[in-house]
Design a protein. Structure first.
Length: 217
Protein backbone atom coordinates (compact mmCIF):
# COMPACT_ATOMS: atom_id res chain seq x y z
CA UNK A 1 0.00 0.00 0.00
CA UNK A 2 0.86 3.66 -0.20
CA UNK A 3 2.16 5.64 2.77
CA UNK A 4 -0.52 7.54 4.66
CA UNK A 5 -0.73 9.94 7.56
CA UNK A 6 -3.13 10.41 10.44
CA UNK A 7 -5.04 13.47 11.59
CA UNK A 8 -5.98 13.70 15.24
CA UNK A 9 -8.65 15.80 16.93
CA UNK A 10 -8.63 16.39 20.67
CA UNK A 11 -7.71 18.83 23.41
CA UNK A 12 -4.31 19.74 24.79
CA UNK A 13 -2.32 18.30 21.89
CA UNK A 14 1.35 19.32 21.67
CA UNK A 15 4.07 18.76 19.10
CA UNK A 16 6.10 17.03 21.84
CA UNK A 17 3.38 14.37 22.23
CA UNK A 18 3.57 10.96 20.60
CA UNK A 19 1.02 8.41 19.48
CA UNK A 20 1.37 4.64 19.58
CA UNK A 21 -0.78 2.17 17.63
CA UNK A 22 -1.45 -1.10 19.45
CA UNK A 23 -3.62 -4.17 18.85
CA UNK A 24 -7.31 -4.35 19.66
CA UNK A 25 -6.91 -6.09 23.04
CA UNK A 26 -3.89 -4.16 24.30
CA UNK A 27 -3.91 -1.55 27.05
CA UNK A 28 -2.56 1.92 26.33
CA UNK A 29 -1.71 2.61 29.96
CA UNK A 30 0.51 -0.47 30.24
CA UNK A 31 2.05 -0.33 26.75
CA UNK A 32 5.84 -0.54 26.97
CA UNK A 33 8.66 0.19 24.54
CA UNK A 34 8.34 -2.15 21.57
CA UNK A 35 4.61 -2.57 22.15
CA UNK A 36 3.45 -1.06 18.86
CA UNK A 37 1.42 -2.88 16.20
CA UNK A 38 3.71 -5.10 14.07
CA UNK A 39 1.61 -4.74 10.90
CA UNK A 40 1.98 -0.94 10.82
CA UNK A 41 5.23 0.55 9.55
CA UNK A 42 6.72 4.03 9.97
CA UNK A 43 9.51 5.83 8.15
CA UNK A 44 8.07 4.87 4.75
CA UNK A 45 8.62 4.78 1.88
CA UNK A 46 12.42 4.86 2.22
CA UNK A 47 13.14 3.34 5.64
CA UNK A 48 10.11 1.40 6.83
CA UNK A 49 10.30 -0.20 10.27
CA UNK A 50 7.51 -1.97 12.19
CA UNK A 51 5.98 -0.19 15.16
CA UNK A 52 6.78 -3.29 17.24
CA UNK A 53 10.52 -2.62 17.03
CA UNK A 54 11.86 -1.76 20.50
CA UNK A 55 14.46 0.91 21.02
CA UNK A 56 16.12 2.71 23.90
CA UNK A 57 13.63 5.51 24.10
CA UNK A 58 14.09 9.01 25.46
CA UNK A 59 10.73 10.75 25.33
CA UNK A 60 10.75 13.76 23.03
CA UNK A 61 13.96 12.70 21.31
CA UNK A 62 12.23 11.00 18.41
CA UNK A 63 14.17 7.79 18.97
CA UNK A 64 11.25 5.54 19.89
CA UNK A 65 10.80 3.21 16.95
CA UNK A 66 7.30 2.24 18.08
CA UNK A 67 6.15 5.84 18.64
CA UNK A 68 4.87 8.27 16.03
CA UNK A 69 5.60 12.00 16.08
CA UNK A 70 2.77 14.52 15.72
CA UNK A 71 2.73 18.24 14.96
CA UNK A 72 0.25 20.98 15.81
CA UNK A 73 -0.17 24.31 14.03
CA UNK A 74 1.58 27.33 15.53
CA UNK A 75 2.36 30.88 14.48
CA UNK A 76 5.77 29.68 13.23
CA UNK A 77 4.66 26.44 11.55
CA UNK A 78 1.26 25.93 9.97
CA UNK A 79 -0.26 24.80 6.66
CA UNK A 80 2.69 22.43 6.19
CA UNK A 81 2.84 19.74 3.53
CA UNK A 82 2.39 16.03 4.25
CA UNK A 83 6.00 15.77 5.45
CA UNK A 84 5.74 18.79 7.76
CA UNK A 85 7.87 20.85 5.41
CA UNK A 86 7.22 24.04 3.42
CA UNK A 87 5.31 25.46 6.38
CA UNK A 88 3.89 28.96 6.55
CA UNK A 89 4.02 31.44 9.41
CA UNK A 90 1.64 34.17 10.56
CA UNK A 91 1.10 36.13 13.72
CA UNK A 92 -1.68 38.05 15.44
CA UNK A 93 -1.15 41.78 14.96
CA UNK A 94 -4.31 43.28 16.45
CA UNK A 95 -6.97 42.47 19.05
CA UNK A 96 -10.30 44.24 18.52
CA UNK A 97 -12.57 43.74 21.55
CA UNK A 98 -16.31 44.35 21.28
CA UNK A 99 -19.08 44.18 23.86
CA UNK A 100 -19.84 40.49 23.21
CA UNK A 101 -16.89 39.19 21.19
CA UNK A 102 -13.34 39.97 20.08
CA UNK A 103 -11.77 39.92 16.63
CA UNK A 104 -8.21 38.69 16.16
CA UNK A 105 -6.43 40.13 13.13
CA UNK A 106 -3.53 38.20 11.58
CA UNK A 107 -0.81 39.48 9.27
CA UNK A 108 -1.43 36.57 6.87
CA UNK A 109 -3.87 33.66 6.60
CA UNK A 110 -3.14 31.29 9.54
CA UNK A 111 -5.01 28.41 7.94
CA UNK A 112 -7.38 28.05 10.88
CA UNK A 113 -10.88 26.66 10.50
CA UNK A 114 -14.03 27.58 12.38
CA UNK A 115 -14.15 25.61 15.62
CA UNK A 116 -10.39 25.30 16.09
CA UNK A 117 -9.23 25.94 19.65
CA UNK A 118 -6.44 28.53 19.73
CA UNK A 119 -4.34 30.07 22.50
CA UNK A 120 -2.34 33.30 22.28
CA UNK A 121 1.02 33.11 24.05
CA UNK A 122 1.05 36.68 25.34
CA UNK A 123 -1.47 39.50 25.76
CA UNK A 124 -0.91 42.79 27.57
CA UNK A 125 -2.92 45.95 28.13
CA UNK A 126 -5.46 44.84 30.73
CA UNK A 127 -5.14 43.43 34.21
CA UNK A 128 -3.81 39.89 34.72
CA UNK A 129 -7.23 38.26 34.58
CA UNK A 130 -8.31 40.22 31.49
CA UNK A 131 -5.07 39.41 29.66
CA UNK A 132 -5.43 35.70 30.43
CA UNK A 133 -9.06 35.75 29.28
CA UNK A 134 -8.21 37.51 26.03
CA UNK A 135 -5.37 35.04 25.34
CA UNK A 136 -7.42 31.96 26.13
CA UNK A 137 -5.03 31.02 28.92
CA UNK A 138 -7.86 29.52 30.93
CA UNK A 139 -7.24 26.85 33.56
CA UNK A 140 -4.09 24.83 34.01
CA UNK A 141 -4.29 23.46 30.47
CA UNK A 142 -4.93 26.83 28.75
CA UNK A 143 -8.06 25.68 26.97
CA UNK A 144 -8.07 28.54 24.45
CA UNK A 145 -10.95 29.92 22.43
CA UNK A 146 -12.93 28.44 19.53
CA UNK A 147 -12.35 30.68 16.53
CA UNK A 148 -14.85 31.60 13.81
CA UNK A 149 -13.44 32.58 10.45
CA UNK A 150 -15.11 35.77 9.26
CA UNK A 151 -16.25 36.13 5.67
CA UNK A 152 -17.36 39.72 5.06
CA UNK A 153 -14.91 42.35 3.81
CA UNK A 154 -11.60 42.16 2.00
CA UNK A 155 -9.52 41.40 5.12
CA UNK A 156 -11.89 38.61 6.15
CA UNK A 157 -11.92 37.10 2.68
CA UNK A 158 -8.12 37.05 2.79
CA UNK A 159 -8.34 34.90 5.92
CA UNK A 160 -7.02 37.58 8.26
CA UNK A 161 -9.96 38.03 10.67
CA UNK A 162 -11.27 35.57 13.25
CA UNK A 163 -13.91 36.06 15.92
CA UNK A 164 -13.62 34.59 19.43
CA UNK A 165 -16.39 34.54 22.08
CA UNK A 166 -14.73 36.97 24.50
CA UNK A 167 -16.65 40.14 25.37
CA UNK A 168 -15.89 42.72 28.04
CA UNK A 169 -19.27 44.46 28.12
CA UNK A 170 -20.11 48.08 27.39
CA UNK A 171 -17.79 49.78 29.87
CA UNK A 172 -14.28 51.06 29.35
CA UNK A 173 -12.29 48.45 27.42
CA UNK A 174 -8.49 48.35 27.63
CA UNK A 175 -6.31 48.49 24.54
CA UNK A 176 -4.98 44.96 24.33
CA UNK A 177 -1.72 44.10 22.57
CA UNK A 178 -0.86 40.59 21.27
CA UNK A 179 2.80 40.59 22.34
CA UNK A 180 4.92 38.95 19.65
CA UNK A 181 1.77 37.60 17.98
CA UNK A 182 2.53 33.97 18.79
CA UNK A 183 -0.31 31.44 18.95
CA UNK A 184 -0.93 27.70 18.81
CA UNK A 185 -3.86 25.40 17.99
CA UNK A 186 -4.11 22.42 20.35
CA UNK A 187 -7.28 20.80 19.03
CA UNK A 188 -5.80 19.22 15.89
CA UNK A 189 -2.55 17.47 14.99
CA UNK A 190 -1.09 15.46 12.13
CA UNK A 191 1.56 12.81 11.67
CA UNK A 192 4.04 12.64 8.82
CA UNK A 193 2.89 10.79 5.72
CA UNK A 194 5.18 7.93 6.67
CA UNK A 195 2.82 5.18 7.83
CA UNK A 196 1.99 2.01 5.96
CA UNK A 197 -0.08 -1.09 6.74
CA UNK A 198 1.06 -4.55 5.68
CA UNK A 199 -2.32 -6.24 6.16
CA UNK A 200 -5.93 -5.32 6.79
CA UNK A 201 -6.76 -4.93 10.49
CA UNK A 202 -9.76 -3.65 12.43
CA UNK A 203 -10.17 -2.18 15.90
CA UNK A 204 -6.56 -1.14 16.34
CA UNK A 205 -6.14 1.40 19.15
CA UNK A 206 -4.38 4.75 18.90
CA UNK A 207 -2.75 5.71 22.20
CA UNK A 208 -1.87 9.31 23.03
CA UNK A 209 1.46 9.81 24.78
CA UNK A 210 1.92 12.83 27.04
CA UNK A 211 5.04 11.73 28.94
CA UNK A 212 7.66 8.98 29.12
CA UNK A 213 5.71 5.78 28.45
CA UNK A 214 2.52 7.53 29.63
CA UNK A 215 -0.22 6.59 27.20
CA UNK A 216 -3.98 7.00 27.12
CA UNK A 217 -6.69 5.69 24.81
Amino acid sequence: GLPFRMELAGLGLRSTDKIRIIDAIGDCASSTDGGGEATVLKGCPTACTPLSMPDTYVFGGGAGKDDIDIQIATSKNHSCDENHRNCKSSKVIELIPQADHTVWRFDSDPGLQTGDLVVLESVTGGDEEQNALMAGQLGLEHTGHPVTRLEEGAAAQAGLLYRVPVGLGLGSIPTFLPGNGAWYRHSHATTLQELKGTEAKTDLQVCWGTGPDTYHL
